[in-house]
Design a protein. Structure first.
Ligand code: PLP
Length: 396
């Protein structure tokens, strides 16, 4: 029985114009967009076409395609509401973080503030800076009492008050994920960005778990750089990434990866003038996986048929639908009021592996991280799928 269902805030989106990205696959309920998403069929087709054109034409394919990174950057710029000169096509989040960390003019005694449970892409690049005498300070984890299991505490969230207290004259950077990959806690980027603006600190955001699922506008929020992966909420190919850098921040970064593609002189390869491009192309240092850029561009275009506000509201509505149906005796959700994201994490009473295996047998696809089962629907998922997912989970 469905009782007290939350009212859909976007009835048009839900009933009329919800995209049917995967029309032939009605049996699978895929709710793992925080992991490796299904590649959008349009994107897959664009990649195949590009590759078969290469098979047929070699370099002559570019008479047809031109420079595919130009439209890619334009689409990414639309997504982030910025200029395309601030965008770079990379292969993953870590690549962006490494280029920033290793190219930043850190001095002995500088400090970086991050959070103790960050994903490795937003941790190890900062750890490397210890070689230069840079201190990495990690914000403590907090968690509601029901998620403290004996001495062990589940990954949860950090406090902005604590972050503010940690800031000193040595702080150069704050490096946080927009959304925590374990608990699904979404940082208040506007608040932290404002803090950084006031204190003259650079704010670096790992947006792998948010880009494509919720609004993220770095210029508006005062963010210096954003790095994200393309195969999660953007539903693009594995091995794609996006880097945003503000013009002022970009100027500070020395190139640590160099090749044929980042100099002003372009294809005048025997001209070895040291003249790195000033815009985001300076991070696309050499030949890129172009078929993947075409694919990610196509995937972003599909999402951009809606606003990110609409996408996010729809995701939250689907989560609310699940929450209204799921047994609280069997599943304990970690819920954040103001800090919700595309990931709704919960701990099951039964073993996680048992739940995931049994869900999979019924074609319900979910993933696990940090002791949580992560429920991560995207806006194209239907109410029917969510209701079926709740039924399946309640029956395990
Ligand atoms: C917060 C976060 N950042 C980054 C990544 C992926 O990093 P990379 O693109 O370097 O593989 C993940 C993957 O799960 C993630 O959850």
């Amino acid at each position: 029985m469905i009782e007290n269902l939350p009212k859909p805030p976007f009835p048009d989106l839900m009933l009329l114009s919800k995209p049917t990205f995967f029309p032939d696959d009605k049996d699978k309920i895929f709710l793992a967009h925080c992991s490796v998403s299904r590649l959008l069929p349009d994107a897959s087709e664009a990649i195949c076409r590009f590759n078969s054109d290469q098979a047929e034409f070699g370099f002559e394919m570019f008479y047809k395609y031109g420079n595919v990174l130009t439209p890619f950057r334009n689409t990414a710029a639309e997504l982030l509401k910025t200029g395309s000169q601030n965008l770079s096509f990379l292969t993953n989040t870590s690549e962006g973080m490494n280029m920033i960390a290793n190219g930043y003019p850190f001095q002995n005694g500088d400090s970086i503030i991050s959070y103790i449970h960050e994903y490795p892409s937003n941790h190890y690049p900062w750890v490397l800076q210890k070689q230069k005498g840079v201190k990495l300070e990690l914000l403590e984890n907090h968690t509601p009492p029901e998620f403290s299991l004996g001495a062990e505490t589940m990954p949860g969230f950090f406090l902005v008050d604590e972050l503010e207290k940690r800031i000193s004259k040595n702080t150069r950077m704050i490096c946080l994920s927009h959304v925590q990959f374990t608990s699904g806690f979404a940082a208040d980027l506007k608040q932290i960005g404002e803090l950084c603006r006031q204190k003259g600190i650079d704010f670096i955001v790992d947006a792998a778990q948010s880009l494509g699922s919720m609004p993220l506008y770095p210029e508006e929020y005062g963010i210096s750089a954003v790095a994200a992966s393309g195969w999660k909420w953007l539903m693009g190919p594995i091995g794609t990434g996006i880097l945003y850098t503000s013009p002022e921040f970009r100027e500070k970064i020395q190139n640590t990866m160099v090749g044929a593609d980042l100099m002003e002189q372009g294809q005048d390869y025997l001209n070895h003038n040291w003249a790195p491009l000033a815009d985001g192309r300076r991070f696309e240092y050499s030949t890129r996986p172009l078929s993947h850029a075409v694919g990610l561009d196509r995937a972003m275009q599909s999402i951009l048929k809606f606003t990110l506000e609409e996408v996010f509201q729809e995701i939250l509505r689907l989560q609310d639908l699940l929450l209204s149906q799921i047994s609280r005796e069997l599943y304990l959700p970690m819920q954040f009021n103001e800090n919700r994201s595309g990931i709704l994490s919960f701990i099951p009473v039964k073993e996680i592996s048992y739940v995931l295996e049994n869900a999979k047998k019924k074609n319900l696809i979910l993933t696990e991280r940090g002791g949580f089962i992560r429920f991560a629907p995207h806006f194209y998922n239907t109410d029917d799928e969510i209701l079926q997912a709740a039924d399946i989970l309640n029956s395990i």
